[in-house]
Design a protein around this ligand. Structure first.
Ligand code: SF4
Length: 292
């Protein structure tokens, strides 16, 4: 089976069979991201993808319960390939429960409503969308590509097509200058979209990225621990789910503080945990334990 390294997948897909549908990231623009340093980026041809699934079917037929389509935005592959790959997985893995992939909001926006429904119907039923921030100023500064409005529309259209959304937000991504705008805008966006799941990551500066240069040149000042907690608190306080309850997690290894709950019902207990951390009654992760 073909794999292009480095391989990235969400922590919740640790037990998944990984199928390489695309390679790398076609954007490579985001200043904070390790994938921006990886040169190769292309969609694999359909026959190669299907051949890998067939090979996996011989080896892992009964043990495969989850499949994750690599790589940075596998939804960028043409719809026929995604549907064929998902159908092949359903055919060969009798115990399959889910198929998922990362997706950039602009790649979702390129699909019609009918295509999104077809993809969901074929079994690709969960997308991990790195929304990162609900502030246009932050998205522009980190060169994410796309606007808050486009993210919102992409997420709403995918959810309306029956796709489960797991959205990632990066705490600290606005730096000191945009911390407030980042926190308030992201809370607003998450409330509007009401993704089924939200994962909070904490910004880590990856060596050799443009962000590292920005930090060194003084163009970007990292938030400190208190500001990180402020952002998290502002978001938890401000998220008003409009469509469905939102399961929130900050258990990615990049985080200083691990939280888990559902909004709106667990808002008070989540805020209590944040306040306890602020006064030292709960433990922050040591710096050396944080990771991407
Ligand atoms: S954050 Fe996503 S879109 Fe941006 S460079 Fe990384 S993988 Fe590509």
């Amino acid at each position: 089976m073909f794999y292009s390294h480095p391989v990235f997948r969400p922590p919740s897909e640790r037990d998944s069979l990984l199928i390489q549908v695309t390679v790398g990231c076609s954007r490579r623009s985001c200043t904070f991201c390790l994938s921006s340093l990886v040169r190769d980026a292309y969609v694999r041809d359909r026959d190669s993808v299907l051949a890998d699934i067939a090979e996996a079917g011989e080896k892992y037929r009964d043990t495969t319960r989850k499949v994750f389509f690599l790589s940075a935005s596998a939804i960028a592959a043409d719809t026929a390939t995604l549907v064929a790959a998902a159908a092949k997985c359903r055919e060969l893995f009798p115990n399959l429960r889910s198929i998922s992939s990362y997706a950039h909001s602009l790649d979702v926006q390129r699909k019609s409503d009918a295509e999104l429904s077809e993809i969901a119907g074929a079994g690709l039923g969960r997308l991990y969308i790195g929304i990162e921030s609900g502030s246009d100023a932050v998205l522009r500064f980190v060169r994410k590509g796309g606007t808050v409005r486009q993210i919102e529309q992409a997420c709403l259209r995918a959810a309306d097509a029956g796709i489960t959304l797991s959205c990632q937000v990066i705490l600290g991504l606005g730096g000191v200058r945009l911390t407030r705008e980042h926190a308030e805008g992201t809370a607003r966006l998450l409330g509007e979209v009401s993704p089924h799941y939200v994962g909070f990551l904490n910004l880590m500066v990856v060596p050799k990225t443009r962000l590292e240069e920005d930090v060194a040149a003084g163009r970007f000042e990292l938030v400190d621990n208190d500001q990180y907690v402020d952002e998290l608190e502002t978001m938890i306080e401000g998220i008003e789910p409009r469509r469905r309850p939102i399961v929130v997690r900050s258990n990615h290894p990049s985080n200083y503080l691990s939280l888990a709950g559902t909004l709106p019902q667990d808002r008070e207990s989540l805020l209590e945990a944040i306040r306890a951390a602020r006064v030292g009654a709960a433990r922050f992760s040591e710096e050396f334990l944080r990771n991407l």
